[in-house]
Design a binder for this molecule. Structure first.
Ligand code: ADP
Ligand code: MG
Length: 721
């Protein structure tokens, strides 16, 4: 909740600056840039990039790698031949905030020379030369442009995070680099130029006018410079993977950080974090606080509790401002964490592990680390992909600690008043038991999406693909099996026509397939809404102190058929409200009224806005694919049959004790209390999500008839005796 204090704060932003302020801000930024450790080695770094086609740059977080290196390369002519510099980030937030920062450093509006692109949002233009994007997005671009020909340099940033997309991208870029250097000598790599990709490339070239066609061909013959950037000191794994590529280290500036542990294990992390935050606020010297939490819900409840406790303090001790940062937060709000705190105020930043290495927030002196993180895990035996809260690795704990490093040098002031402090909310003996580093994501998540994309890129033999670290064979085989069941690959493991269509959609394969099936059922209009709503986090807002009111609000949308229809009702009601408002008000006012409507109805307006954006993007996608967007109007039976036909991989049957048995894996689950079917407990359900806390719960559940599964997914279901 933005407090009064936070509002005061935003008045200090550069949006309301006078010309004089602007000049001084520009000078200040210039000064900050010069002060960064990386500035001292600018020329050397540029030389290294010039001399090495693949270079690994290792540097401590905050040294200036992400914001500065692309600017250096641009300045020193790496875009001269018309190519652009692409920088991938594992996280959307990093791509957005860094692009904004760099545009500001360059003194230009975002979206021109400097821009960013993430799934469902493209803020670039024909002029863009420095493009920040997510690693997943660059992978998608490769589907349309297998040579990634518009890039002269690609920087894979935060490679140490080893997200699944980064890992796949590394393998792909290795191929692209080889193919591009071969094509310089007139040899086009035919392995890579398979019919599908070749076709996509031709299409693209055909559509260009002559001038662009020429530059496209020129670009195709340019070698690709590859830079792998990592905050982990161990560059060996990347260097070996790229045939002994050179690695350079950028020295950071480490300040001492004192570490504190608890005396006994903490049972309530939120409470422990709150106590620590207030202890720092009331007893410690100046400096901002960074608290690592596991997700949006936890962040929002800690923020609320901080404000509650602040109200109990005497007026003079209330000078504390809270700033949340997590991936689904709107980007204007994300940027607020970077603003310096007004004189006398202390900032408390409540962050997910986004703030571990991807974004560096200046001014942090105190770090509160409960030692937990939300991570994807995958059980290949059960075929279950889920998000669970796990303990961090030692490497993560060290990164978190090092965030207490940058009190003054980034904010332009020299020296600092004393060491940073890191409060680990666990015992020292517990730290010793943590694993050294985090397992790469490719080892712990469902691979269907990646396998589908690799196949669409013409890489058929996924098991033998040159991964930096091979995924488990069972996981690959399982994903091939589910892709086969979805009709995306044929019996001999080749991509089918449906699979090719599915790969074109920026969605999970199951959702892509749902859209294709819905177009056949004549309910694509409804399914587009369901998929958009399923793609965002928590649409419903149920604060603990208003549980009763929020439950009542939900009742007006609830459908006895299940959560999918309930989500559809919410979307339709919101849309109707918005359209009516737009007829009499400006768009801006209609948006504002919609936010109020959301608040009154206990709907999370951020999530709804996100769902509306996703919806318009996927409507465009399906139209481009030539799918017919027809509506089934109020035929909910038809829609539920379509849900059964789409989500048959996740069906479950009620057991005598009221629990459910997932038909394919045999896993025993419960319907999540947030589901509209929690009490109704129908005989047979399909669901989209499985969450593990103390029980295994399924969320986003709809009531179906078992016989529909037999009829619509006969390859898996038979009539039961
Ligand atoms: P690295 O990639 O090496 O971790 P960055 O290039 O991200 O470092 O950051 C360099 C410096 O720029 C950091 O010290 C950080 O404080 C500052 N910085 C980065 N983004 C912003 C921003 N949006 N606003 C203000 N300062 C920023
Ligand atoms: Mg960085």
């Amino acid at each position: 909740m933005p407090s009064m204090a936070a509002n005061n704060f935003s008045r200090n932003t550069h949006q309301n600056q006078t010309k004089g302020d602007f000049v001084s801000r520009k000078q200040k930024i210039e000064q900050q840039r010069k002060n960064l450790p990386i500035a001292a080695v600018e020329r050397r770094l540029v030389e290294e990039v010039r001399n090495n086609d693949t270079l690994i740059i290792v540097g401590e977080t905050g040294s200036g790698k992400t914001t500065q290196i692309p600017q250096y390369l641009y300045k020193w002519g790496f875009c001269r031949d018309g190519g652009i510099i692409g920088i991938t980030q594992p996280r959307r937030v990093a791509a957005i905030t860094v692009a904004k920062r760099v545009a500001e450093e360059c003194g230009i509006p975002l979206g021109q020379k400097v821009g960013y692109a993430i799934r469902f949002e493209d803020v670039t233009s024909g002029q863009t030369k420095i493009k920040y994007m997510t690693d997943g997005l660059l992978l998608r671009e490769a589907l349309l442009d297998p040579y990634l020909s518009k890039y002269s340099v690609i920087i894979v940033d935060e490679a140490h995070e080893r997200t699944i997309h980064t890992d796949v991208l590394l393998g792909l870029l290795k191929n692209v680099q080889k193919a591009r250097s071969k094509s310089i000598n007139g040899v086009v790599n035919t392995d890579h130029n398979n019919s599908n990709n070749g076709h996509a490339l031709e299409e693209r070239v055909d559509n260009q006018n002559d001038g662009i066609l020429k530059s496209c061909q020129v670009k195709k013959h340019n070698p690709l410079k590859l830079i792998i950037m990592s905050a982990s000191m161990d560059a060996r794994v990347f260097s070996e993977y790229f045939g002994g590529a050179k690695a350079v280290h950028v020295q950071g500036r480490q300040f001492p950080v004192d570490i504190f542990y608890t005396h006994k294990p903490e049972t309530d992390c939120i409470d422990a974090a709150l106590i620590t935050i207030f202890q720092i606020h009331l007893e410690e010297g100046p400096g901002d606080v960074l608290v690592f939490l596991t997700g949006q819900e936890e962040i929002e409840s800690v923020e609320r509790l901080i404000h509650e406790r602040l109200r109990q303090l005497p007026e003079c001790s209330r000078k504390l401002l809270t700033f949340p940062i997590f991936s689904s937060l709107p980007s204007e709000k994300q940027m607020r964490v970077f603003m310096p705190s007004p004189a006398g105020y202390r900032k408390v930043i409540l962050a997910t592990n986004i703030a571990e290495t991807s974004v560096t927030i200046p001014g942090i002196r105190y770090v509160v680390d409960p030692g937990l993180v939300k991570a994807r895990t995958y059980d290949p035996k059960m075929g279950v992909d889920s998000l669970i809260i796990v303990t961090t690795s030692k490497a993560q704990a060290l990164q978190r600690r090092s965030r207490a490093n940058f009190l003054n040098f980034c904010s332009g002031r020299a020296g600092r008043d004393g060491p940073g402090k890191c409060y680990r909310l666990y015992q020292e003996s517990f730290f010793e038991k943590l694993t050294d580093s985090t397992l790469p994501e490719i080892k712990r998540c469902d691979l269907s999406n990646v396998v589908l994309q690799l196949k669409a890129l013409g890489i058929d033999d996924v098991i033998n693909f040159d991964f930096i670290e091979k995924p488990d064979r069972t996981a690959v085989v399982n994903s091939l099996w589910s892709l086969y069941l979805l009709g995306a690959v044929t019996e001999d493991n080749k991509l089918s026509d449906v699979g090719r269509q599915m790969a074109r959609l920026p969605l999970d394969p199951v959702y892509s397939k749902a859209l294709i099936i819905a177009s056949q059922f004549g309910c694509l209009k409804e399914m587009l809404i369901c998929v958009a709503m399923l793609s965002v986090e928590s649409i419903f807002y149920a604060p603990r102190e208003k549980l009763e009111e929020s439950r009542n609000a939900l009742k007006s949308f609830a459908s006895p058929e299940g959560d999918h229809l309930t989500l559809l009702n919410v979307y339709r009601a919101a849309d109707e409200f918005f359209q009516k408002n737009k007829m009499v008000h400006s768009e801006e006012k209609a948006e504002k009224n919609l936010r109020k409507w959301c608040k009154d109805n206990y709907i999370n307006s951020r999530s709804l806005k996100h769902a509306r954006d996703i919806h318009s993007q996927i409507v465009r996608n399906v139209e481009q694919m030539g799918l017919r967007v027809t509506s089934c109007e109020d035929d909910t039976l038809l829609l539920r049959r379509c849900l059964a036909a789409s989500f048959f991989l996740k069906a479950a049957m009620k057991q005598p004790d009221g629990a459910y048995r997932v038909t394919l894996s045999g896993l025993i689950v419960q319907i999540h209390p947030s589901s509209v079917l929690f009490r109704a407990k129908p005989e047979c359900i399909v669901f989209n999500e499985l969450v593990h806390t103390n029980h295994s719960y399924v969320r986003n559940v709809s009531r179906i008839d078992y016989l529909w599964l037999v009829e619509l997914a006969p390859h898996l279901y038979a009539v039961q005796d």
